[in-house]
Ligand binder design. Structure first.
Ligand SMILES: Cc1ncc(COP(=O)(O)O)c(C=O)c1O
Length: 380
């Protein structure tokens, strides 16, 4: 099997699973308990927070553990809206965000907030001036993703952060879920106030994530309860999940140092070879893209038909994003990039990890080629 669906989820590193099992079985205390078992668990949690803080180059006190990207995005967006609803009712995002951002905005719209959804160009990139033009006297939040999960476009986060520096009352949230370990992001220098990450995208476990909340930034909690995580995220902490996430992040950032050229080489190879095939349109930009995502359409076939045909030959890919691929929704990202509905319906995403090789890429191309030929023969 060739697994090219790493943007949906990655296979956990064995070391990550081992540390989850070890912490779960040996250090099962509740970090809030005052006895020895609780203190041990609390110390492991603090250690994980310190490590993650160091790896993300933020203060450990700015690291809040959550259940993953969806929760971090909801907490950042709704937490800001709740906190500052009396100051302003206007929030800004882009047309290519993940459902957890898009739907959070829609929910806030129903609650009376005004939302501006800035467009993207044909490469899926927002323009800084569109964002600045959208700012009103009562804007409280700008939420823009770092790497698009469907096509891999990198947004100009540094420039947006620089621009927003001039608006002290607007919080800047970045969905960093797809970028972690693949495209560096300097949270502090880019003036990011809130930043979401999710461990299962970098070989950690599902149900673990972080929201970085810069010191001095205040947002409202969404859960009421025992006031864990400095009152921002109540609920008994997933200590084993946090420890294993720290390990996954450390190992992934090691790969970033040593294997970035390898993954980029695999991506360039795939882009070049696919471009040469008949009736294929590539949607991933060839400049300013993350090194792990390749999105393309094989004209004439619905994406899901092609995905299943590839799976039969041992190549695992997806249609668009994992959450919309089962609903058979047309990619809103591709439509926002001005791709026609017909071509967007044929879209396929391949997403790599540092474990993938050129040999796998070469096999994948030949599987795609034979599958297209076979399906064409069946249809004609
Ligand atoms: C860009 C982006 N944001 C958020 C999420 C949601 O993360 P999680 O699966 O941890 O809830 C995903 C997952 O696909 C994603 O790709």
């Amino acid at each position: 099997m060739i697994y090219f669906d790493n943007s949906a989820t990655t296979k956990p590193f064995p070391e990550v699973v081992d540390s989850f099992v070890k912490v779960s079985s040996e250090f099962f205390g509740n970090p809030s308990s005052i006895h020895r078992l609780g203190v041990e668990a609390e110390s492991l949690l603090a250690q994980a927070r310190k490590q993650i803080g160091e790896l993300l180059q933020v203060n450990p006190r700015e690291v809040y553990f959550t259940s993953g990207g969806t929760e971090s995005n909801n907490l950042a967006i709704k937490g800001t809206a709740l906190m500052y609803r009396n100051r302003g009712k206007h929030i800004i995002t882009s047309a290519v965000e993940h459902a957890s951002v898009r739907e959070a905005f829609q929910q806030l719209k129903e609650l009376g907030f005004r939302i501006t959804v800035v467009p993207v160009d044909t490469e899926g990139r927002v323009s800084i001036s569109d964002i600045e033009d959208a700012i009103c006297h009562d804007t409280i939040l700008v939420s823009i993703m770092h790497v698009n999960n469907e096509v891999g476009t990198i947004q100009p986060i540094k420039e947006i952060g620089n621009m927003l520096k001039g608006y002290s009352k607007i919080l800047f949230h970045v969905d960093y879920v797809q970028g972690v370990g693949k495209v560096a992001l300097d949270i502090q220098r880019y003036h990011i106030d809130l930043c979401s990450i999710s461990a299962h995208k970098f070989h950690g476990l599902k149900g673990t994530g972080v929201l970085v909340v810069r010191e001095g930034v205040q947002i409202s909690p969404l859960f009421s309860g025992g006031n864990q995580e400095w009152k921002l995220r109540s609920g008994t902490e997933n200590v084993a999940g946090a420890v294993s996430m720290a390990k996954a992040l450390r190992l992934t950032l090691q790969s970033y140092k040593t294997k970035l050229s390898q993954i980029s080489e695999v991506q360039s190879y795939l882009l070049k070879e696919l471009q040469a095939l008949e009736d294929i349109v590539i949607h991933t930009p060839s400049k300013g893209q993350a090194p792990h995502i390749i999105n393309f359409s094989v004209k004439g076939f619905r994406g899901e038909v092609f995905v299943h045909a590839l799976e039969e030959k041992g190549l695992i890919v997806s249609t668009t994003s994992a959450c919309s691929s089962k609903k058979k929704a047309i990619s809103h990202t591709l439509l926002a990039m001005n791709v026609s509905k017909e071509v967007a319906e044929s879209a396929i995403r391949m997403s790599l990890s540092y474990e993938n090789t050129l040999e796998e890429a070469s096999k994948a191309v030949s599987i795609i080629q034979t599958t297209a030929t076979e399906l064409r023969e069946v249809m004609h």
